[in-house]
Write a protein that binds this ligand. Structure first.
Ligand SMILES: [Zn+2]
Length: 202
């Protein structure tokens, strides 16, 4: 597109979006950003400056870990898009979370995508859920795998092999939850406290 072409934009005089003819300036091919020039409203002939910012995504070098394996790839972001450690994304059908980022040789906690030289992420299709099981005077520790978005609440039953346990409290970052009916996603749980249930069989 070039001079003589028509773009649609808002006209203050017509008070609506109207076709404008490009008098000066160029509109780049769709993959390139921006138009800067002078346009004329076709219905009312008023002339104005136009600047259209077409934001183009950039590729940010990304290292994605799955267990002990790492894969180097790139992820598309808009240049001004904010990224911070802990952000969750979906990539190739996996849940991934930002664990670290580097800009000019420095580790940052958050940045705009355009400043990031390398992003580290890890997949978390399942999380390790730590479970404390109180049995008499002792507390045993076990782990189960859970989907990050699976919810657990005080009062829920969990089957651990042959044992059945009931959740008595849930520890999350900086807080302990004792109330029933307040479900928490597995990804936010530090530890689940449970008590073993002795099932009576008749
Ligand atoms: Zn107009």
């Amino acid at each position: 597109m070039a001079e003589g072409s028509v773009i649609y934009m808002f006209c203050d005089l017509c008070d609506e979006e109207t076709p404008h003819r490009i008098l000066k300036g160029k509109l780049g091919p769709s993959t390139e950003a921006g138009f800067d020039g002078t346009v004329q409203c076709v219905p009312c002939k008023s002339i104005r400056k136009a600047y259209i910012d077409v934001e183009k995504p950039i590729n940010v070098t990304s290292i994605i870990s799955t267990g002990a394996q790492s894969e180097k790839t790139s992820i598309e972001f808009f240049p001004k898009e904010g990224i911070k450690v802990g952000d969750e994304l979906i990539w190739d059908d996996h849940n991934i979370i930002v664990t670290s980022m580097e800009s000019n040789g420095k580790r940052l906690h958050k940045a705009e995508a355009s400043e990031v030289d390398c992003l580290w992420l890890k997949t978390f299709d399942s999380v390790d859920l730590k479970i404390a099981i109180v049995q008499g005077a002792n507390t045993r520790s076990e782990r189960i795998e859970a989907a990050p978005e699976k919810e657990f609440a005080v009062g829920d039953l969990i089957e651990l092999g042959k044992n059945k346990v009931v959740i008595t409290k849930i520890k999350i970052m900086g807080k302990m939850i004792y109330r029933e009916g307040s479900p928490v996603e597995a990804r936010k749980i530090v530890r689940v406290y449970t008590r073993k249930i002795n099932e009576k069989r008749y």
